[in-house]
Design a protein around this ligand. Sequence first.
Ligand code: CP
Length: 303
Amino acid sequence: MPRSLLGIEELERSEIEQILERTKAFQPHGGQTFAKVNTCTGMLVVNAFFENSTRTRSSFEIAAKRLGADTLSITASGSSVSKGESLVDTLNTLVAMRPSAIVMRHKASGAPHFLSRHLSTPIVNAGDGTHEHPTQALLDARTILDRCGKLEGLRVAIIGDIQHSRVARSNVHLLSKFGAEIVLCGPPSLLPREMASIANGVTLEYDMRRAVRGTDVIMMLRVQLERIHEPPMQAGEYFRFYGLRQEHIELAHPDVIVMHPGPMNRGQEISSEVADSQRSMILSQVENGVSVRMAVLERVLLQ
Ligand code: CP
């Protein structure tokens, strides 16, 4: 079986630790850029993005190039998917060109899992519907570890549209494997009660001030309007109840860090004052995205 990376749920804690440890070798220090290591020279990574992306797609491409691999990018609008070709036919066409791995984002939950059962090429899940975004959780974990030194025992509040968030699901799986205390917070329509049973150590909270009290990490999520027919409330009202502002930072642990996977909507789920503050790890997350994806691709390509 090819060594795909489909989700955090199916990874052992030791496998996650290995990826996070290997990531350190690729992190730039001081004014350096990402090291060019050439461990994957001659290999081809296909980035097949059937949903839009800025951070994930560009960082996978940089990561593959830094490892010495060649890259090819396919998008839904620029490919024959827009002419009605099925996903399986598109992927089989790409596989016939002998890539070493396929990085795939798709709006359907489970799409990479389905394809991995039919293809001989390893697949890396770059986000499937509302299900998982494993490399996002890995880069988030690397960012927390760099700043806080541990995951175990930390209180992490994940706030926003939990229901539609693959980032939330992957983070819950990862953080629970490492013994973090996870508080999920959002309006009732975006935080169904069954979310409490995803993993151990999860509680639900509908009041944002209670969610952030004493917390070590605040992770904000946008409302995914592209997956919702009716917004839960007007934007201004949403910001009043679930938008992160300086008054929330003052309720949290004195060393709290603020995270957001992006894309962020300033003035909706987060204020510019907080997003641009010393507490914000948002650009560190982006930077760690390249190093984590180098470690993930190397693991998949050098199996
Ligand atoms: N965090 C994330 O997945 O961002 P993109 O949609 O820009 O890739």
